[in-house]
Design a binder for this molecule. Structure first.
Ligand SMILES: *Cc1c(COP(=O)(O)O)cnc(C)c1O
Length: 392
């Protein structure tokens, strides 16, 4: 055998008995079969064997299992982003003539996907008021095949009565999909509330670093999982082993990071309620924040993600509130959350919501804060100096 061939067909095998805190990282498109009969016989749909990198490696299977443990599910699919997880669910479960219901305060791109892409396939969508289970119940029709749930709503953080929404759907036999990114499998166990599946932007807490994009779809029903898995396979969705490794590296500290950001965020939320420029602080653990009483029912361990939004008094113009964001030094201007650096984004809520679908959010410019892992005293001082600049 020539040297170069020996380099490629080397006889080394990693030892079976090697154990360490972090698992090995397996990367593959090609997976070898011992003979043709094995290739023909191998089943890609369950985890009894490997067939091709896109259908799973020991590294992706490991993350899938850990995410099932985190969310209390049975089966998991990994996709390249949280939004891809939403798209996979809608594309798998809906066909021409079907309707999907989406909360009015859903993660914005979920609504755009329905309005721009699903529409082209003859799939209609309507939004419902997540704070009104009767509104959802009234909109369920024989063509409703999927209802999205989000707990709490995006940016404005209204906490819906999750049990009532799920019951309304179950009574009509409609599949429920929960965007569980905020709860992260920690604040509450989604499947205990009877949802059919969850999606999770692993980009946020599971990654924890602001450096990975990934999503998951977790189920508790093998038939539903298989339906999603077939679409997942046909769409060619896969994730990179290095990204999976990064999430596996960060998962052991997720509960600590979640708790730390929760604590810092609540302390800032409480302090912000005392500031004269602030009309309302949106954070489900605050009495007076929309759906606070529902949060107490769902999150019985008193947990919340490190997100809050400030509604400024209507006297403050968009330009002034933009200047407040620009004046912040530790809070960086940027999307996403769950990482070490605190982030700020201003939003024009009126343009994001259906007129008349009120949820208890007061009028005024909204700024969302995502709390990182900095010392909370420094974060409060940063907010104080930016508010001071607003006053001047
Ligand atoms: C960030 C986010 C997503 C999308 O995740 P990406 O990985 O950024 O695509 C979906 N839903 C919620 C609630 C999110 O916060």
């Amino acid at each position: 055998m020539q040297d170069i061939t020996g380099l490629i067909h080397h006889p080394y095998l990693p030892p079976d008995g090697f154990e360490a805190p972090q698992p090995g990282v397996f990367k593959a498109s090609t997976v070898f079969f011992p003979h043709v009969a094995a290739m023909r016989a191998r089943e890609w749909k369950d985890k009894t064997a490997y067939t091709y990198g896109l259908h799973g490696t020991p590294t992706t299977y490991l993350l899938e299992e850990r995410l099932c443990a985190l969310e209390g599910g049975q089966q998991c699919l990994l996709v390249p982003s949280g939004l891809a997880a939403i798209a996979l669910v809608s594309l798998s479960l809906l066909k021409t003539g079907d309707e999907v219901l989406i909360p009015d305060n859903a993660y914005g791109p979920n609504k755009s996907l329905a309005a721009a892409e699903l529409k082209q396939w003859g799939i209609s969508h309507r939004t419902y008021n997540p704070m009104d289970a009767a509104d959802l119940a009234a909109k369920l029709s024989p063509s409703t095949k999927l209802v999205w749930l989000e707990v709490p709503g995006s940016v404005t953080l209204e906490f819906p009565h999750l049990p009532a929404l799920v019951v309304a759907c179950r009574e009509k036999g409609v599949t429920t999909a929960l965007d569980n990114t905020w709860g992260a499998g920690l604040a509450f166990k989604p499947f205990e509330f009877g949802v059919d599946l969850t999606i999770h932007a692993l980009t946020k807490y599971p990654s924890g670093g602001g450096d990975v994009l990934m999503g998951s779809v977790v189920t508790v029903n093998e038939a539903l999982h298989l339906r999603l898995k077939l679409t997942h396979m046909r769409l060619g969705l896969g994730v990179g082993a290095n990204d999976v490794e990064a999430v596996l590296r960060a998962l052991p500290s997720i509960a600590l990071r979640y708790a730390a950001q929760d604590q810092a965020c609540r302390s800032l939320a409480t302090w912000l309620t005392t500031q004269p420029e602030v009309a309302q602080v949106l954070h489900p653990a605050l009495p007076g924040s929309p759906g606070h009483e529902h949060w107490k029912v769902v999150c019985q361990d008193d947990m919340a993600a490190g997100l809050l939004s400030i509604v400024f008094k209507p006297a403050f113009s968009t330009a002034q509130v933009d200047a407040f964001c620009d004046a912040l030094k530790l809070f960086r201007i940027g999307y996403s959350w769950g990482g070490p650096i605190s982030l700020v984004v201003p939003y024009e809520i009126a343009s994001m919501r259906t007129p008349g679908m009120t949820t208890g959010v007061l009028p005024g410019a909204v700024v969302r804060l995502a709390i990182g892992l900095e010392d909370v005293r420094d974060l409060q001082a940063d907010l104080a100096q930016a508010l001071h600049a607003l006053r001047a």
